[in-house]
Design a protein around this ligand. Structure first.
Ligand code: AMP
Ligand code: GLY
Length: 421
């Protein structure tokens, strides 16, 4: 079949890499893709946030299956447009993607289905929001309602920080995303991510992961999109996964179906675990980046069969065949990220590295210049490896990374520490 993947990051490189290995895949196109993706798929350039542009491209290229990677096209209704055109699609409708795009929506769903999450309140004006913060005290969490590229959440350890965050949000720092604000109880504990495919009715767990959001070793420095990840997440035991499926995931999927807006795609549940119990921090309507890279490394070619079963509504017939192994990915970012950084610096040594089912360097932000590979973003490479243990996977990943010659990049040297120490 002919398959189109939308997106340009390490997540989409990993999806393309897994899908390409499945004999069902004849032609693979990624839009817009990047230099690494271009080594295994065709890349195409058009507006991936426009439903009509995506449908036109699919019709002109006889596409049989569309896989939507990032949240922006989902929130823009691209899956609605492709499904309306009769195209088999992986990714939720705009209404269902509100589980990521609107914090208040997710909180209402949790309340409606009894899913455990932090206590919350919603505000559209500054004065009552500030009164609420003063009444509750710190620590407390302030969130812009809408999509804010991962920057709309302030975990305030003191009251002054919380009040400043409210000034910022109501002052327009987050544009329309901050017109409505959610104030939440602070949850202590350990965070982990759980990935579940839903076809609208059935739910199939496809793996756990943990990422590292801070830029520097020891979980210091500014927040980023993620500096590395590993799978599985030991903190999400079988018993906890069962609790999350029973109390959070299945009730959410049932509530979405009951509202006539079934959730079809991957549901990424961000969880906080404390005293053996999990509560929902947030949902995302897509695979995590870089969590997808470690999941795809472990799933391989069967990932396509699962995405297809998800899009075709037959997840009840699917089973995941897990190797009893571990995967880890280390992000190489441009110096300065997540602040200002340079683009276009040359990365050497990539062509000599192994590319197999145990070692893979996924490209997150690169472009080709003749034979040279140049950086083209903040997060640039995802150096990914598998191993029989997490320690072995980590040694393999850092051994790969040591062979990459990129003086303008940096990486954390302690990915996986929480699970290994
Ligand atoms: P979100 O975008 O909702 O996932 O929030 C980003 C990050 O903020 C999460 O990954 C957590 O580390 C933190 N966070 C969000 N909500 C809470 C909460 N209620 N309590 C503690 N930390 C939180
Ligand atoms: N790595 C976190 C995310 O994809 O949202």
């Amino acid at each position: 079949m002919n398959i189109l993947i939308l997106g340009s990051g390490g997540r989409e490189h990993a999806l393309a890499w897994a899908i390409k290995q499945n004999p069902k895949c004849d032609r693979l196109i990624v839009a817009p893709g990047n230099a690494g993706i271009a080594m295994l798929a065709e890349c195409a350039e058009f507006d991936i946030e426009s439903g009509s542009a995506v449908v036109t491209f699919c019709e002109e290229n006889a596409i049989d299956f569309v896989v939507i990677g990032p949240e922006a096209p989902l929130a823009a209704g691209v899956a609605d447009a492709t499904r309306a055109a009769g195209l088999l699609t992986f990714g939720p409708s705009a209404e269902a993607a509100k589980l990521e795009a609107s914090k208040t929506f997710t909180k209402e769903i949790c309340d409606a289905c009894g899913a455990p999450t932090a206590a919350w309140a919603r505000f559209t004006e500054s004065a009552p929001a500030k009164d609420y913060v003063r009444a509750k005290g710190a620590p407390i969490v302030i969130k812009a309602d809408g999509l804010a590229a991962g920057k709309g959440v302030i975990v305030a350890m003191d009251e002054a920080t919380a009040l400043d965050a409210l000034d910022d949000m109501f002052g327009g720092s987050f544009g329309s995303a901050g017109a409505e604000v959610v104030i939440e109880e602070f949850m202590a504990g350990e965070e982990a991510s759980f990935f579940i495919l839903s076809d609208g009715q059935n739910a199939l767990p496809i793996g756990t992961a943990q990422d590292h959001k801070r830029a520097y070793d020891g979980d210091e420095g500014p927040n980023t999109g993620g500096m590395g990840a590993y799978s599985p997440a030991p903190v999400l035991t079988d018993a906890l996964q069962a609790q999350v499926m029973d109390q959070i995931v299945r009730p959410t999927i049932a509530e979405m179906a009951r509202r006539g807006t079934p959730y079809q795609g991957v549901l990424y549940a961000g969880l906080m675990i404390e005293n053996g119990k999990a509560r929902l921090v947030e949902y995302n309507a897509r695979f995590g980046d870089p969590e997808c890279q470690v999941l795809m490394m472990r799933l391989g070619a069967q990932a396509l069969d699962m995405l297809l079963a998800c899009a075709e509504g037959r997840l009840d017939q699917m089973q995941v065949n897990w190797a009893d192994d571990h995967a880890i990915t280390v992000v190489m970012a441009a110096k300065g990220y997540p602040g200002a950084y340079q683009k276009g610096t040359e990365i050497k040594g990539l062509e000599a590295l192994p590319e197999d089912s145990f070692n893979m360097v996924f490209h997150a932000g690169t472009k080709a210049n003749g034979p040279a590979i140049l950086s083209n973003g903040g997060r640039v490479l995802n150096v990914t490896a598998r191993g029989a243990s997490l320690l072995e996977a980590r040694q393999n990943a850092y051994a790969l990374l040591d062979r990459i010659d990129w003086p303008d990049g940096f990486n954390r040297s302690d990915i996986g520490w929480r699970a290994l120490d």
